[in-house]
Design a binder for this molecule. Structure first.
Ligand SMILES: [Zn+2]
Length: 184
């Protein structure tokens, strides 16, 4: 659930169907290295199999980006994919916040998602609170409340926002800041 900084998650992209029925993700963002904040260049492309909410499997073609400074490779994931998950982000999210009505994943997979999320709740909450402090240059007043809980009631897309806070470089956090602003 909480990956190291080995990927960038993008929100602005096009999905183009190619003759092999794969879907190519075409980024509209300029991402920076999550490790050292430097420029990334395209290294190669990879296929990612994702199970959609109707149970069908779609192959997305994503890019691997290489940092021009530290040389690390980062998968460029569209926000419909969660790091290390084979199911579409919306499916995982709706199971975690309890809004899901039907899920193509089996019970043991859903149990693993919930277990991983529970194990990381405190850490994710700390990361969000640290971001809040950085954003407002003051201590957080939410000592008894969980910022993560607030994100989870924000509606569709909260999981991507939380994941982005945890994985992307500071310059790519505008969406998180926009939610923090709405919550101030
Ligand atoms: Zn780097």
């Amino acid at each position: 659930m909480v990956p190291p900084k080995t990927m960038v998650i993008i929100s602005l992209y096009e999905k183009i169907c190619n003759p092999k029925s794969n879907i190519i993700i075409v980024s509209k963002e300029t991402s920076l290295c999550p490790c050292c904040n430097q420029r990334l260049s395209v290294y190669d492309k990879r296929n990612r199999k994702i199970i959609e909410s109707d149970g069908t499997t779609v192959i997305y073609v994503i890019r691997r980006l290489k940092c021009t400074s530290c040389g690390k490779l980062h998968n460029e994931l569209p926000d419909l994919i969660q790091p290390y998950k084979h199911y579409a982000c919306e499916i995982v999210e709706s199971e975690l916040d309890g809004t899901g009505t039907s899920c193509p994943a089996d019970d043991s997979t859903i149990r693993i998602w919930n277990k991983q999320f529970s194990a990381n709740r405190q850490r994710l909450d700390s990361i969000l609170k640290a971001e809040w402090i950085k954003c407002y240059k003051k201590q957080i007043s939410l000592t008894l409340d969980s910022l993560l809980n607030r994100f989870m009631t924000h509606g569709t897309g909260w999981l991507t926002n939380v994941t982005q806070t945890n994985t992307t470089s500071e310059s790519n956090r505008c969406r998180v800041h926009s939610i923090l602003n709405q919550r101030s």
